[in-house]
Design a protein around this ligand. Structure first.
Ligand SMILES: [Zn+2]
Length: 227
């Protein structure tokens, strides 16, 4: 069957894994796919311990220079529900400053650490970011959904059906946002995606004429970025 209309999938990659630059970005480029990389830095001690598996400032800049969107995922990756407004603000501002120092364009998209929507943080986030991603597992309807509560579907591990079940939900008006962590992810094994499976996913999207974009592109074309 021939697909006449483009169905859209948004690819997002969380937690600043080195494998995003080494394994993911070259493949995305090969297919001309867009994507959003959500950056966080974690605690200094933890970051120092896992340094070889995490992106540094220059590598994050490299992803931005390749044309990918860089999003804010807070500095320390805390559950925002438990934080005061000031603590949320510090988490977000510190990461924005880090990206600014790395000469990365100011982030347009935000992703809630751990995934759940944080009602307490949303109003202040909305003054800074046109869109914020949760992990509420359903397709995103940009014309109807609250842009501060964008649903997305996590894909991880060896179960390819997670991916196929997710992308088959894409259609007119329904954008499927996928969440990946490392490809592979040596520091968070539970959410790791094997590189061979990932390569197969991109090949599938390409072969079936999916349009693959960043969050920012979809926000912009729905008039949600203000520019
Ligand atoms: Zn995360």
């Amino acid at each position: 069957m021939k697909i006449n209309h483009p169905v859209t999938v948004v690819l997002t990659f969380d937690d600043a894994c080195k494998s995003h630059l080494e394994n993911v970005a070259p493949l995305l480029k090969q297919y001309g796919f867009g994507a959003t990389f959500f950056i966080c830095r974690f605690k200094d001690e933890w970051r120092a311990k896992h340094e070889k598996h995490l992106l540094n400032a220059a590598e994050i800049r490299q992803l931005a220079d390749m044309g990918f969107e860089i999003g804010n995922h807070t500095w320390n990756h805390p559950g925002l529900q438990q934080l005061s407004a000031t603590e949320c603000e510090t988490e977000i501002a510190r990461l924005d400053q880090f990206l600014n120092d790395a000469e990365v364009p100011p982030p347009v998209s935000f992703a809630y650490p751990g995934g759940p929507y944080a009602e307490n943080a949303a109003p202040s986030l909305a003054t800074r970011f046109p869109g914020a991603r949760t992990t509420e597992q359903r397709p995103w309807r940009p014309d109807a959904d609250d842009p501060m509560r964008i649903p997305a579907i996590p894909i991880q591990g060896d179960d390819e059906q997670l991916f196929f079940r997710a992308v088959e939900q894409a259609g007119p008006g329904n954008v499927v946002v996928l969440v990946f962590h490392g490809v592979p992810d040596p520091v968070h094994e539970r959410v790791s995606t094997p590189p061979a499976l990932f390569a197969g996913y991109l090949q599938y999207l390409h072969r079936n004429h999916y349009r693959v974009a960043s969050m920012k592109e979809i926000l912009r074309e729905n008039g949600l970025t203000g520019k």
